[in-house]
Design a protein around this ligand. Structure first.
Ligand code: FAD
Length: 117
């Protein structure tokens, strides 16, 4: 049981890292196609999330707070908010979402304008 909890927490930390870093790298002015892609990504992330109990719970959060995908800052703020919803339900400390802008760095800023690295 302890092993399960440890694995679930590790999966969660890795998943949140990818989730928030994806939003932090989303375009400031996305095309309709890019916004649609991010919205689909969020719903598939939920649907296929490997911890079934977590996925089910996150689904109810998405019902209440549908993905906001109109720009990088809006998407990042939304991601922070829904993670805080999970934090609340697990009695964890809430993250200050006004700091989300600088927190997630992929180490790929140099690739900003690059295609194919
Ligand atoms: P995590 O919550 O994993 O956060 C990792 C780091 O992200 C933190 O250390 C902090 O630096 C930063 N962070 C914290 N809050 C925010 C925020 N709001 N915005 C941006 N960054 C933030 N576990 C369960 O036991 N039951 C569940 O139902 C459950 N549902 C989950 C659903 C999803 C979609 C995901 C991705 C995970 C879920 N988890 C669930 C796992 C849980 O959320 C944690 O990942 C796990 O408990 C480890 O917690 P942690 O305290 O290390 O920090």
């Amino acid at each position: 049981k302890l092993g399960n909890e440890t694995a679930k927490a590790e999966l969660g930390r890795a998943a949140w890292k990818l989730f928030h870093t994806t939003f932090a790298r989303f375009p400031d002015k996305p095309t309709t196609d890019e916004s649609t892609a991010l919205q689909s990504y969020v719903y598939l992330f939920q649907r296929l999330y490997p911890c079934g109990e977590c996925a089910e719970h996150f689904g109810t959060i998405l019902d209440k707070f549908p993905p906001q995908v109109s720009s990088r800052s809006v998407a990042a703020a939304w991601g922070c908010h829904v993670h805080n919803e999970v934090n609340k339900s697990l009695n964890k400390e809430l993250f200050d979402c006004s700091n989300i802008g600088d927190f997630y760095d992929c180490g790929c800023a140099e690739d900003e304008a690059g295609v194919g690295g």
